[in-house]
Design a protein around this ligand. Sequence first.
Ligand code: ADP
Ligand code: MG
Length: 385
Amino acid sequence: MKLDATDLRYVTSDEFRVLTAVEMGSKNHEVVPTSLVAQLSGLRNGGINKLLGSLAKRGLVSRVQNAKYDGYRLTYGGYDYLAMRALSKRGSIHSVGNQIGVGKESDIYVVADEEGNELVMKIHRLGRISFRTIKLKRDYLGKRKSASWMYMSRLAAQKEWAFMKVLHEHDFPVPRPVDQARHCILMEFIDSYPLRQIADIPSPGKLYSTLMDLIVRFAQAGLIHGDFNEFNILIRRESGEPVVIDFPQMVSTSHENAEWYFNRDVECIRTFFRRRFQYESALYPRFRKVLNDTNEEGETFRLDVAVAASGFARKEMAELEEYMQTVNVGSEEGNQANSSGSEEESEEESESERDEGEEKPLPARAISPERPLSRSPPQSRPITP
Ligand code: ADP
Ligand code: MG
């Protein structure tokens, strides 16, 4: 879904009140009746239809009319608008530029703050493709079904935000978190190439151990990334240092499947280094040993606990995890697709990734870093709600 910032500044304050009312109403209603919108917005009934009409024309709400319902639903566009308005009111963003990534469950944009500094805005879009299948599988969202995509997308953003903050505070190489609103997070723009795009590096062994050390450092702090692969590791253009992104699936080392997640992260890196750089090492971290060593050293800071304390409660964590697992059921590449910045590339690769055990030489046209992330300045479209 394309983000359209053009219209943002033309939404009037009455329209905004109506839009907010639709959002409030959708917490309990799949389709929000016009009368409820009127009541929640505090505006007289007369003007409501016209205001809803103009919001619908801009795609911020959509009208639903059938035998059972007559009312409105908030669209992704409407939710985006509300989030961006909040961010821009706080002065966190001023303009929206190019889209630099489309994941299975997120859209990534370069945006700028009031001083023109580039930032990255990640819009979480859970439920974009999968809610139909999920509904068939299990009606786990219960009463909240109506607002499920909104709710899950916001949870993912809150979780990612909580982790990014805690990790950044503890000097992990992650982007600096800037702000969060609804399903959006704002963070530092990393001038980098995803590891996926790097054909050659001067010293693969060095990067390999840096990455393995990171996995260990995470675990010592009670955390497992859970999607630690070449798509979620950015290599800084200047220094070659890695930066880790994408945290909605992080789990605690006390998680029942912690060891499995840990091993998968380690395996991702080993496999990638073997295939891409023909680099293999007998040295790689083992979960039990890392935990034992940590306990012996009497490690005291637990970031999983810190995150829980920061307000992202166990209940929300469990809800999000359940959703993510349900989505990945039946798609073995689910996790991979989730982390790909570019769908074509991941599909190409996934063929060879499946041939476990068979070592293929690197294709001659190995991907070289000739396609850096967009550095072109955002085509500034000021947002002034
Ligand atoms: P998804 O959950 O969809 O995988 P990611 O957070 O992994 O989303 O981001 C997708 C892509 O967007 C990354 O592979 C990277 O190319 C780009 N990206 C994300 N965050 C940043 C950032 N802070 N700086 C630069 N590029 C980023
Ligand atoms: Mg990713």
